[in-house]
Design a protein around this ligand. Sequence first.
Ligand code: C5P
Length: 222
Amino acid sequence: KMNLRIAIDGPAAAGKSTVAKIVAGRLSYLYIDTGAMYRSLTYKALNKGVALTDEDALKEVLDATVIELQPTDGGQIVLVDGTDVTDEIRQANVTNSVSHVAVHSKVREEMVSRQQQLAREGGVVMDGRDIGTHVIPDAEVKIFLLASVEERAERRHSENLRKGFPSDLEKLKEEIALRDKIDSEREVAPLKKAEDAIEIDTTSLSINEVVQEIMKQVERIG
Ligand code: C5P
């Protein structure tokens, strides 16, 4: 088994983490959710009352923060300074603030450096927005996952209902579109398909079909 590096990028709620976890499981690779790292910083900054526009203050918080991604079977636990924040970082206040934290170059530099450390030895599936373009530009496999805003909002909506969370489909559409806009229009490392990434539009594909398509790319290399 080769220790490949697999980069999976794409807009919000495109199913990146779902397929990344499955692919990592099949290959016995480490799954690294870089969005969880930005969410962790956002969670801590919100708790501390740090302004999301204050780049230096956010960087200071990040420098004093230990973020750990612990694999569990089929999932992942996120620890911030030793405390389990797995559920907290998925809440609406964090989700709707995280893109504002992720615009700052000092924050991104530090995140990218931590992520590069994690990917150093290969055997990783890493998902995010800038993995194929900035974090691991020489990744052996690069995937860019797409789906329409409607489809992504509907998937998130059914997931919420299934979990018994309150959910408003129209609001989800707006939030997803806004997050994509901020992520795509920021100056530093915007969301963008790497030139050599394979684009997969998942709008009318099942999870299994997407996984198979990625495994096909992996097998071509390995
Ligand atoms: O992937 P997820 O939706 O959890 O990411 C949350 C947010 O973190 C994104 O909307 C984006 O603002 C930021 N992010 C980023 N670069 C990454 C991963 C996430 O800017 N590599």
